[in-house]
Design a protein around this ligand. Structure first.
Ligand code: FPP
Length: 264
């Protein structure tokens, strides 16, 4: 064997090769992403934190494209949590404007690609233009049947669960529901993710190992993938996304049972 051939086997796979490897195996139906590390990425470059968020949106565009290629059904993005209001007002404003700008610039392409935009979180409380842009995008794309992009903004999982409990209590008080009918299935109908399958895979970049109040009920059996702290969201890419899916595809999901092979 030549030295060239010997070293070649260690060569990184190209994006096309990764795409081929991923599509040869079952594709996750739903991927959720915590896009963490924008601020640190910018600070390391002596840039304002908002420059990190802007670069983060570029990465997001690339990931959406790849998700379409893979025919993933749902991509859920944690864009702004209920806790993010604690950030300086200028950063909050910049994040909201970036989202508005993204939707204004991209909605035509998203629509042409049969993508459906959906929002998770409380629309009340968002700045007027952000709320309007989201409503418009949801309305325009509501009949699309391709990738559904669920943008979690002003979203907090505990608040979502409490809202569900309150609605159930009201339905019981008004005799529309009896306590005996409450089941896990019924409960999911009261969540904002109603009709959306639970995430198969959740990716968090930036090296923090927590869920930060994101999809707590829905991720009971989700495969979690936390990246190293050196991999910040603005450095994420389509190749890294494909590698994350490959890692997911190599895991054995037991859902509390046992592996069929182990059982024999
Ligand atoms: C976390 O990084 C990231 C966010 C709070 C916002 C992520 C939002 C975007 C990428 C833009 C969303 C836009 C659309 C169109 C959905 P951080 O600021 O907490 O980073 P740090 O941990 O380094 O401080």
């Amino acid at each position: 064997m030549s030295w060239k051939k010997f070293f070649n086997f260690k060569k990184e796979k190209t994006e096309a090769e990764l795409l081929k490897a991923v599509t040869a195996r079952p594709i996750p139906e739903h991927i959720a992403i915590i896009m963490d590390g924008n601020g640190r990425w910018a600070t390391a470059r002596n840039l304002p934190r908002t420059a990190g968020h802007r670069q983060g949106v570029e990465v997001l565009r690339e990931i959406i494209e790849t998700a379409v290629k893979l025919k993933i059904a749902h991509l859920t993005l944690y864009a702004f949590s209920t806790e993010n209001w604690k950030r300086p007002e200028s950063e909050v404003r910049a994040l909201m404007s970036l989202m508005v700008e993204f939707l204004q610039k991209e909605i035509k392409t998203l629509h042409e690609n049969n993508i459906r935009i959906n929002m998770l979180g409380e629309i009340q409380g968002l700045p007027y233009d952000a709320a309007q842009e989201i409503k418009k995008s949801m309305e325009l794309t509501k009949n699309n049947t391709g990738l559904q992009v669920n943008i979690a903004i002003n979203y907090g999982s505990r608040a979502e669960i409490i809202r569900a409990v309150k609605k159930i209590a009201q339905d019981i008080a008004q005799n529309r529901l009896s306590p005996d009918e409450i089941s896990e299935d019924l409960f999911t109908q009261y969540l904002e993710t109603k009709g959306i399958p639970d995430p198969d895979l959740m990716i968090r970049t930036g090296g923090e190992f927590r869920l930060s109040n994101f999809l707590l009920y829905q991720s009971a059996y989700t495969e979690l993938l936390f990246t190293d702290k050196r991999l910040l969201w603005p450095d994420f890419s389509s190749r890294k996304f494909l590698k994350a899916i490959l890692e997911y595809q190599n895991r054995v999901r037991r859902f509390g049972g046992i592996d069929e092979q182990e059982g024999v």
